[in-house]
Ligand binder design. Structure first.
Ligand code: NAG
Ligand code: NAG
Length: 412
């Protein structure tokens, strides 16, 4: 019997060794919401028994034994001063312009991957992986990790399937039947469709005309590591179309019906933890004491609410002040003249708050197109609140730069 038991134990050990893959997860965006998406992958991969190395600017505290992390938080410096609310409001930065976002992201990634910590990592011959998961961030540069480790790669897309990502694994969407994910108006007039067609054509042209630049960047970042490992340096244009699978933070119920290839999978909601952590004591007390319920207001983490001009902040305080509910506002600063029912917190455990019965409404950050179009993309808010069945109001963030001025009551 004893012998039998040992065999079972041994077999289990052997099977465990055989089934676990070594996976590299690359989520380099220095933005908290993206790190929540990255951690979702890490959590599921670890739970499935794999060994994970996680490249992130937000290392997880007390990582479990099968998780190794490469801390790239130095790359915050590359995004500083770019995502400034004031720049959106003054239209100085139009983040609905794909090509502009592409340039910002591509140079952020290029600078990040040239950092000594990444160069040391990819040039270390001891690093070997069976698969890499890379987040698509308006640039394809991250696909280069698959050439270094000579393994298949999986795209992680943070939003609904749209032409820029689908064209990497399949074809472009048909502009006659779809709306661009960055569209301001979300309408399907002839001009909108014509514009979508123009954007798709421009995107294809850009990828083709800039291919030498991208290839040079790829060589500068990954070339040495690839050749050192004895692999032939591929053309970057071949690498970006070589993704094996694309997992999207999307759900068919909240997006458009676009034709999808077999290797695109909707996984919207995967980042929500099965067990929601309890609220910190002070927030719990606040909730318990709010007999009229609680409204949660957050602009997310990419945009700092503290950068919202003072007159608008004061206007918001005035509006919140007349409500009978308690308002929890996630803001990164202490502000004067806060009405009694408003509680400003610098950080909020969003999922725990939304999971609390007292919450009567929430304002997660989102783009205007969100509700009908890219709900599950921006980013953690919507699915969280839909999960917990709160009515939500979305504040335009990624559409009209002046959107913040008009708190749009889109849905209740
Ligand atoms: C494409 O991926 C496969 C592994 O999935 C790999 O063997 C091949 O070298 C890759 N080709 C390019 C051009 O990256
Ligand atoms: C609309 C949407 O994306 N809903 C998803 C939210 O997350 C859960 C998992 O926790 C999914 O099952 C839902 O499909």
């Amino acid at each position: 019997m004893c012998c039998c038991n040992s065999i079972v134990v041994l077999l289990t050990l052997v099977l465990n060794c055989c089934y676990g893959y070594k996976v590299l997860a690359v989520f380099p965006m220095p933005g908290k919401s993206h790190s929540i998406l990255g951690e979702g992958y890490v959590r599921h991969l670890l739970a499935a028994g794999h060994e994970v190395t996680y490249i992130t600017p937000f290392p997880v505290k007390d990582p479990p034994s099968r998780l190794r992390q490469v801390d790239i938080s130095e790359n915050f410096a590359f995004m500083r001063n770019i995502l400034d609310v004031r720049k959106f409001m003054s239209k100085e930065l139009d983040i609905q312009n794909y090509f502009l976002v592409h340039n910002v992201m591509n140079s952020m990634l290029y600078d990040t991957y040239r950092m000594p910590v990444i160069q040391k990592f990819i040039n270390d011959p001891k690093e070997q992986y069976d698969a890499v998961v890379v987040e698509w961030l308006y640039s394809e540069l991250s696909a280069g990790f698959s050439s270094v480790f000579n393994c298949p790669f999986i795209w992680a897309s943070s939003m609904i399937p749209h032409t820029a990502v689908l064209s990497l694994i399949d074809g472009h969407v048909n502009p006659a039947y779809s709306v661009d994910h960055l569209s301001r108006d979300y309408t399907t007039t002839f001009w909108d469709r014509l514009y979508h067609w123009y954007y798709i054509t421009k995107l294809s042209y850009q990828r083709w005309s800039e291919r030498d630049t991208y290839n040079d960047q790829f060589k500068n970042v990954f070339g040495e590591a690839i050749t050192r490992r004895g692999h032939k340096l591929p053309q970057f244009d071949d690498v970006i179309y070589n993704g094996s699978l694309m997992l999207g933070n999307s759900h068919p119920a909240t997006g458009d019906n676009v034709a999808l290839p077999e290797n695109y999978k909707h996984i919207g909601g995967y980042h929500i933890k099965d067990v929601i952590e309890p609220l910190p004591k002070d927030l719990q007390k606040l909730m318990d004491e709010s007999k009229d319920g609680v409204i949660y207001f957050s602009m997310g983490s990419m945009l700092k609410s503290s950068e919202i001009p003072d007159d608008i902040k004061n206007g918001l305080l005035e509006v919140f002040g007349v409500l009978k509910q308690t308002v929890i506002w996630k803001l990164e600063q202490v502000i004067p003249n806060v009405p009694k029912n408003v509680h400003v917190v610098t950080w909020a455990p969003q999922q725990s708050i939304l999971a609390t019965v007292k919450v009567q409404g929430s304002f997660p950050p989102s783009s205007k197109t969100t509700l009908r179009h890219q709900v599950s993309s921006w980013l953690t808010g919507w699915n969280t609140s839909s999960e917990h069945k709160e009515p939500s109001t979305f504040v335009p963030q990624r559409c009209r730069p002046a959107g913040i001025k008009s708190l749009a009551w889109i849905y209740f």
